[in-house]
Design a protein around this ligand. Structure first.
Ligand code: HXC
Length: 510
C-alpha cells in the first residue's frame, strides 16, 4: 500500500509540472501564470477538485508516442467561488502549447457535460496554439464536439471565457459561443488566422496585438467584454463577476447581503439633468447613486460608449442595467449600441435577471453609414430582445425618449412592467425644433412663427405628462427617490410569470 501511495504522490507531482519546469519558467518570464496557478487564484482556497490528471494523448504519428505529458495540455475540474460551484478548464500552454488533441477535447467535454447536468457555470481559461497539429482531423473532431456542447449549454448555464495567452484557429470558436469573453492586456490575443496567413492572403502587415489584442477586441470588434492588466487582476475580477450570476436558468439570482438602505434618497439627482436639453450629463453618476453601494460591473465599457450595460445589485439581488449615455453621441442608438445592449438583455432574460433601463435617447443615428451597415436590423435586435424578455423590466426615462427609440428602450408597449419618468422627461416623436420644421415647412422663412410654434410644441409634447395621461408612464417620480421606487418595483415583480407562445425558437433578426 505504501508503494502505491508513494506512486500516486509521485505521479501527481509529475503531472502538476505540466510540460516541465523549464516551460513553467518560460511562462512566468512572459508575465503569465500557469494553468494550475490560475485555477488556484480563481477558486476558493483548497476547493479545486481536479479530474483526469493522468490522461495522455493517443497519437502515434510524428513520434508522438515518445512525447507524452500527464493531463495532455488542459487542467479540468470544479471548485467554488465564494462558496458557489464553478466548473473550470484551463489550457496548459506548457504542454504542446495548450493545443487541442482528441483526448484533451474529451477532458473539456466531460466538464461541460457535468456543468450542464449539475447546473453550474463553466469557465474556460485559454492560452493555446489551436489544433494539435500532429493529430490533424482527430483534433478538428474534438473541437466540433466542444462547440456542440457550448451550443447546447447556451442559455442553460452561464459560460465564461478568459483569454490569457494565444487563442487562435479552432480555439476562438468555443469562447465566441460563450456568454462573456474577458482578456488580459498585452499577453493575450485572439484571431482566426494569424499575421503570417493575413500577410499571404491580403498582403497586410500586422502584429498579433494589432490583429487581435485586447484593445482591438474591446474597442473595435466587441468580441471581448472587458480587459484587465495582468493575470492576477483578471482572475480576481472574474471572481467578482461570477458573484453576480445565477448558477443556471432554473436558479434564482444570487443574494449578497447589502447594507445599503432601500429607502436611501439621493437629493443630488434632482439637479442631475442640466437646464439646457442639449447639454450632456454622465448617466454613470445616476447608476452609481442608485445601485447597492455604487457597485457596478460594466460590460463592454469601451465599445459603443453611447450605451452602458452591466450588472449591479438592488437590495442584494443582481440586476442588469441598460442605459443610454448622453455624454457620447448624445446617447443616440446606432447599430453597435443596439447589438451590444440586445445581447446583454437576452443574457439577462436567459437567466432571469431583472433589467433596469435608464432612458435618455434622442433617436436612432441618421446617415448612410448606419443605413448601409444595417441599422434597421441591428436596431430591431434590441427591440426584439426587450419585447421577448419575460424578466421583470423597470424603466426610468430621465430626459429624452424620442421616436422609435422610445418604443425600443423597454417601453410600456413592449411589456415594460413598471415605467417611470422623471419630471424632466421629454417623451415625443422627435425634438421640438425638428417637429416644427416639418409641420410648418411652408413657414420656413418666418422665424418668429417657428420660434413660437417650437415653444408651444415643447410645452405640449416635450414632457412626461402626455405619455402619463395615456398610462404609458406609470408614475412621474422625484429623481431623488429613484432608488426607493426601483427597489419597491423589483420587489413587487419578484414572482412575475409571463409565458410567450410556444415555439421551437424565435428568429431574432441576426
Ligand atoms: C502542437 C504546438 C502547437 C500546435 C504550439 N505548439 N502550437 N504543438 N500543435 N498547434 C508547441 C510548440 O511546438 C512548442 O513546443 C510549444 O507549443 C510552444 O510553442 P512556441 O511556438 O515555442 O511558443 P510561442 O513562440 O509563444 O508561439 C505560440 C504560438 C505558436 C503563436 C501559439 O506556437 C503557433 O503559431 N502555433 C501554431 C498555431 C497554429 O497554426 N495552430 C493550428 C491552427 S489550425 P515545445 O516542445 O518547443 O515546447 C486550427 C484549426 C482548427 O486550430 C479549426 C477547428 C474549427
Amino acid at each position: 500500500m505504501d508503494r502505491v501511495i508513494r506512486e500516486l504522490a509521485e505521479r501527481r507531482k509529475e503531472a502538476s509540472l505540466g510540460g516541465g519546469q523549464h516551460r513553467i519558467d518560460a511562462q512566468h518570464k512572459r508575465g503569465k501564470l500557469t494553468a494550475r496557478e490560475r485555477i488556484d487564484l480563481l477558486l476558493d482556497e483548497g476547493s479545486f477538485e481536479e479530474y483526469d490528471m493522468f490522461v495522455e494523448h493517443n497519437c502515434t504519428d510524428f513520434g508522438m508516442e515518445n512525447s507524452k505529458f500527464p493531463g495532455d495540455g488542459v487542467v479540468t475540474g470544479w471548485g467554488t467561488v465564494n462558496g458557489r460551484i464553478i466548473y473550470v478548464f484551463a489550457k496548459d500552454f506548457t504542454v504542446f502549447g495548450g493545443s487541442l488533441s482528441e483526448t484533451h477535447a474529451k477532458k473539456i467535454i466531460k466538464i461541460q457535460e457535468m456543468a450542464v447536468r449539475n447546473r453550474a457555470p463553466i469557465i474556460g481559461i485559454f492560452d493555446a496554439g489551436g489544433a494539435r497539429i500532429q493529430e490533424g482531423v482527430a483534433a478538428l473532431g474534438g473541437y466540433g464536439e466542444v462547440f456542440l456542447r457550448n451550443t447546447l449549454a447556451s442559455g442553460v448555464i452561464p459560460q465564461i471565457s478568459m483569454i490569457m495567452g494565444p487563442c487562435a484557429g479552432g480555439d476562438v470558436y468555443s469562447p465566441a459561443m460563450t456568454d462573456f469573453i474577458f482578456m488580459v492586456r498585452d499577453t493575450s490575443y485572439m484571431f482566426v488566422t494569424g499575421p503570417d496567413v493575413v500577410k499571404t492572403v491580403t498582403n497586410e502587415t500586422v502584429t498579433t496585438e494589432e490583429l487581435g489584442g485586447a484593445s482591438v477586441h474591446t474597442t473595435k470588434s466587441s468580441i471581448a467584454d472587458a480587459a484587465f492588466d495582468n493575470d492576477v487582476e483578471a482572475l480576481l475580477q472574474l471572481r467578482r463577476f461570477v458573484d453576480f450570476l445565477p448558477e443556471s436558468n432554473v436558479a434564482e439570482v444570487p443574494v449578497i447581503p447589502s447594507f445599503d438602505d432601500e429607502d436611501r434618497e439621493e437629493p443630488s439627482l434632482d439637479t442631475l439633468i442640466p437646464e439646457n436639453p442639449n447639454q450632456p450629463y454622465d448617466m454613470r453618476e445616476l447608476i452609481g447613486k442608485v445601485v447597492d453601494e455604487g457597485d457596478f460591473f460594466e460590460i463592454q465599457e469601451n465599445f459603443a460608449k453611447n450605451i452602458i450595460i452591466g450588472f449591479a445589485r438592488m437590495e442584494g439581488r443582481t440586476v442588469g442595467i441598460v442605459a443610454n449615455q448622453p455624454m457620447v453621441l448624445a446617447g443616440v442608438l446606432d447599430s453597435d449600441a443596439s447589438r451590444k445592449a440586445a445581447r446583454f438583455v437576452r443574457f439577462c432574460d436567459c437567466f432571469s435577471i431583472p433589467v433596469i433601463t435608464f432612458v435618455d435617447v434622442p433617436g436612432f443615428l441618421p446617415g448612410t453609414d448606419q443605413e448601409y451597415g444595417g441599422l434597421i436590423k441591428h436596431g430591431a435586435k434590441l427591440l426584439f430582445a426587450f419585447a421577448e424578455a419575460t424578466i421583470p423590466k423597470v424603466t426610468v426615462i430621465t430626459r429624452k425618449a424620442y421616436g422609435g427609440a422610445y418604443d425600443v428602450m423597454s417601453s410600456k408597449h413592449i411589456r415594460g412592467d413598471v415605467n417611470y419618468a422623471w419630471p424632466s422627461a421629454e417623451i415625443a416623436v422627435m425634438g421640438a425644433k425638428g417637429a416644427v420644421e416639418i409641420i410648418f415647412r411652408k413657414d420656413a422663412g418666418d422665424e418668429e412663427k417657428i420660434a413660437e410654434q417650437t415653444k408651444i410644441y415643447e410645452q405640449r409634447f416635450c414632457s412626461p405628462f402626455v405619455a402619463a395621461e395615456r398610462g404609458f408612464i406609470d408614475e412621474v417620480i422625484m429623481p431623488r427617490n429613484t432608488r426607493r421606487r426601483l427597489c419597491r418595483a423589483l420587489n413587487m415583480l419578484r414572482k412575475k410569470t409571463v409565458e410567450n407562445p410556444w415555439k421551437k425558437h424565435d428568429n431574432i433578426p441576426l
